[in-house]
Write a protein that binds this ligand. Structure first.
Ligand SMILES: *Cc1c(COP(=O)(O)O)cnc(C)c1O
Length: 395
């Protein structure tokens, strides 16, 4: 059998290659940070990590992880409900719900699992899930695993959401689902309008704060802070793999009974390993740092404002952003790849995206800003953009 299957796989791989969609991994040989070393020996300034608060290589988090490694060992060798729960897991869950102003929280190995395991235990055929078309792949997969009726609305389009809510009145329970920040444009979901429509049409709301928590809101508490809706949203999911240290781990936080039922029935929670003690301990430390000081959040906001302002005045077309994601619009797919490669030669590491990752004719370079960037890093990046864009006649 395998020789036939092998030919089929080779064909699929060749198709991916020919379409120019092959993903190649760049090898990094240093910690994740504002400046990284790649395996060629080149040092580059990194503008494509989700290391928004610069915590991926933070000394205090490393110390907390090391100390837990010494005191609590390496792994749990169990799921949570058999013998995989330490006090550290419970403390981290309590810390997460304090951070978001919610009633309880449940940990997962990743936010992919949190989203994969949130819908199916809660909703059934009689219910409705109304989802933004640009929601993350893990939300799409989670919805597929659930028997609820599915409705989709155009990205952040409140007229379309209202239409879908009207149709969904036929169902018993309604849940609107949105990303907090959409990863390709950097726009924030209009949560106050979503919430108002949810009130009007008797629906609940779920927000995935993966790209927004730690970033959006004056103190980085996410979109519920930005729109003054702390404690009002039924379900929030998020990751420890982006702003919050960047290691691994995800969570769902929100209403008590929802979390209670997930602990009983959510399959990625029941049938997958607990996060390692060192990750739980460093997670607790992360939230402690962010509650005690706003320095990192302020730095990130100042860096982003500086970068966007300078890029706009240099003549670049930047998508309106309220996050640490800046989409530099080029519209042309080959141009986005040439420009990203030329920037790499200049020591600036960014990624160019084109169809099908973004709509046709919407090719761009995505720049992700971090609190770890120093002013000189941002200036070097802007100078390199200007130099290459002039060469390529973009500006
Ligand atoms: C990154 C991301 C995830 C996945 O998070 P992991 O913890 O890496 O699995 C889920 N949802 C959104 C919106 C994301 O951006």
């Amino acid at each position: 059998m395998y020789s036939q299957f092998q030919k089929y796989l080779q064909g699929e791989l060749a198709d991916i290659q020919q379409a120019g969609l092959s993903k190649n991994e760049r090898i990094i040989v240093s910690p994740q940070n504002a400046v990284i070393k790649v395996d060629s020996g080149q040092e580059v300034i990194n503008f494509c990590a989700n290391n928004y608060l610069g915590l991926s290589d933070n000394a205090e988090l490393i110390a907390a992880a090391k100390s837990a490694l010494d005191q609590r060992g390496y792994g749990m060798s169990s799921v949570r409900f058999i013998c995989g729960t330490q006090d550290l897991h419970k403390d981290l869950e309590a810390t997460i719900s304090r951070f978001f102003g919610t009633e309880d929280a449940i940990l997962y190995a990743a936010c992919f699992d949190a989203n994969g395991g949130v819908f199916e235990p809660l909703l059934s055929e009689e219910d409705a899930i109304i989802s933004d078309v640009l929601n993350h792949a893990s939300i799409i997969d989670g919805v597929r695993l659930c028997k609820a009726q599915r409705y989709r609305y155009a990205n952040a389009d409140m007229a379309d959401l209202e239409n879908q809510l009207q149709i969904a009145q036929a169902q018993r329970f309604r849940l609107i689902v949105t990303d907090g920040v959409f990863s390709m444009d950097g726009n924030v979901a209009p949560l106050e309008k979503i919430y108002a429509l949810a009130q009007k049409y008797n629906a609940m709301v779920m927000v995935d704060e993966s790209h927004s928590a730690g970033v959006v809101g004056k103190t980085g508490h996410g979109v519920t802070e930005r729109y003054n809706l702390r404690g009002q949203i039924e379900i929030i999911t998020g990751t420890l793999g982006k702003a919050f240290g960047g290691a691994i781990g995800g969570f769902t936080t929100g209403k008590k009974e929802i979390i209670d039922l997930l602990r009983q029935r959510s399959r990625p929670y029941l049938f997958s390993n607990s996060i390692p003690p060192m990750v739980a301990a460093a997670g607790i430390k992360t939230f402690e740092l962010l509650e005690n000081s706003n320095t990192l959040q302020d730095k990130l906001h100042a860096n982003t404002a500086f970068f966007v302002e300078k890029m706009k005045s240099a003549g670049f077309d930047i998508k309106p952003t309220e996050s640490a994601i800046c989409a530099v619009m080029l519209y042309d797919a080959p141009l986005s790849q040439t420009m990203a490669a030329r920037l790499m030669d200049e020591g600036i590491y960014v990624t160019g995206f084109y169809f099908p990752v973004v709509p046709k004719g919407q090719a761009r370079i995505r720049v992700q800003i971090s609190a770890a960037h120093k002013k000189e890093h941002l200036e070097k990046c802007i100078d390199a953009f200007v130099k290459i864009a002039k060469e390529l006649k973009v500006i």
